[in-house]
Design a protein around this ligand. Structure first.
Ligand code: SF4
Ligand code: SF4
Length: 420
């Protein structure tokens, strides 16, 4: 068993001398030793075989061992077990991880990499070594839907006036969203989310139309339950993430399934049991279901598509649907009801969106996206497909900003069935 360094974040003056950080002064004084508070069994479960490396987008883009899962785990061990300082390079290795978790299904030892990374970011955020103030302020807006929508509309107007530079990497945002969803009953909840409701509300209407077409009714949570906390958890802002999770759970009481059409939100909500750590959170998490899982079990209740040529649709799997929820196959079942599914041949490699990652690490996110765009272009050229389906708003916006014609699978299904 490795020796764990039980270190305080308080250090004496002779232990400083680390390279500078952009954080506040308290951060500088906290860098010499830091207890990451990771589970030693989880940290020791990596046998350093390297089988995860080809599945890691940052390793594929850079070829740098430190930017691979194995390299990052070794760096975590260095800080937790060997008393190494969480210096600039350590922070860089952690901040550049997309948290796509593509390394998890590839790992024969079952290393819970996502848990290790979230824990590391939590410790670093507590020490103000990651998650700068600007990010914390930005994330605080997510729980205030009116403010988020107003800000999004202003940004959309600025785009139309060419005031937003192309290098910002933003896809075209909607100025009009149409009316919000209004519940029709209580068979299921439809989680509307924050960014999803601001940027892709039409997908909520398509989701609602599909649920209605199966004969079920749906309820919509109040605004207080509009942000699941996924981005806060990714940033290491654990307490904020727990507060969001508790508000989200309180907004959707009862036992009805919670249908989610954003892969990142669904993945976070399915892990509320671990995040919040209460029996109620475990029970809630078990109610969460991705919309494709829910629909795939009810395809016989949907209308039969009209005879005629079927569209060809390239499927791009959001990492949090494929690697975390492991719910990418229902997307194919649902789309296959109305279209011919075209696969990518990159084994589900990340597109580089990663929640706020594309904004925080634009250069690396751009390199990762370039690879995905090339794979998509090949698949479209070979198949004749004219549209790409992806079930996560981050992926849709990130790839759309590179000129890829993106849609949510629910939009395609509802349209082909004449429901929207
Ligand atoms: S994380 Fe898993 S796959 Fe990667 S090096 Fe460690 S044991 Fe091997
Ligand atoms: S989560 Fe993704 S980016 Fe991070 S180490 Fe694993 S594969 Fe690489």
């Amino acid at each position: 068993m490795p020796t764990r360094v039980l270190a305080s974040t308080r250090v004496s003056s002779e232990t400083t001398g680390l390279r500078g950080h952009s954080g506040p002064p308290v951060a500088s004084a906290a860098m010499a030793m830091l207890d990451l508070r990771l589970d030693d069994d989880e940290l020791s479960s990596c046998v350093q075989c390297g089988l995860c490396l080809p599945h890691c987008p940052t390793f594929r883009a850079t070829g740098e061992e430190g930017l691979s899962p194995r390299g990052r785990i070794d760096a975590m061990r260095g800080v937790q077990w060997r008393g190494q300082a969480p210096d600039d390079d350590f922070v860089r290795l952690m901040e550049t991880c997309v948290q796509c978790r593509g390394c998890e299904p590839a790992c024969p030892s079952g290393v819970p990499f996502g848990h290790l990374m979230e824990g590391t970011r939590h410790a670093l955020a507590d020490a103000h070594l990651v998650a700068p103030r600007s990010l914390r302020v930005g994330l605080s807006v997510l729980g205030r839907p009116r403010l988020l929508r107003a800000g999004s509309t202003l940004l959309a107007l600025a785009q139309r006036l060419h005031l937003v530079p192309r290098r910002a990497g933003l896809a075209r945002l909607p100025i009009r969203r149409g009316p919000p969803l209004v519940g029709t009953g209580a068979d299921v909840w439809v989680f509307t989310g924050c960014v999803m409701d601001a940027w892709q509300r039409a997908t909520h209407r398509a989701t609602a139309a599909l649920i209605t077409a199966t004969g079920a009714t749906y309820a919509v949570p109040p605004a207080a339950g509009s942000c699941c906390g996924a981005l806060h958890a990714h940033a290491g802002l654990h307490d904020d993430a727990v507060r969001r999770a508790e508000a989200t759970m309180a907004a959707m009481p009862g036992s009805a399934p919670v249908v989610v059409n954003s892969a990142g939100c669904g993945a976070a909500m399915k892990e509320y049991g671990r995040l919040v750590g209460t029996p109620a959170a475990v029970t809630f998490a078990a109610r969460v279901v991705d919309v494709h899982e829910w629909l795939a079990a009810r395809l016989d209740q949907l209308p039969t598509p009209e005879a005629g040529p079927r569209p060809k649709v390239v499927v791009q799997d959001p990492c949090h649907l494929r690697h975390v929820q492991r719910a990418h196959l229902p997307v194919r079942a649902v789309l296959g009801h109305v279209a011919d599914v075209v696969e990518l041949d990159d084994d589900g490699l990340c597109c580089g969106a990663g929640g706020a990652y594309a904004a925080l690490q634009p250069a690396l996110a751009g390199e990762i996206r370039d690879r995905k765009v090339a794979v998509i272009a090949d698949a479209m050229a070979a198949s004749g497909a004219t549209v790409v389906a992806s079930a996560n708003p981050g992926c849709v916006m990130h790839l759309a900003a590179a000129g890829i014609p993106m849609r949510h699978p629910a939009d395609i299904l509802a349209e082909q069935l004449g429901l929207t």
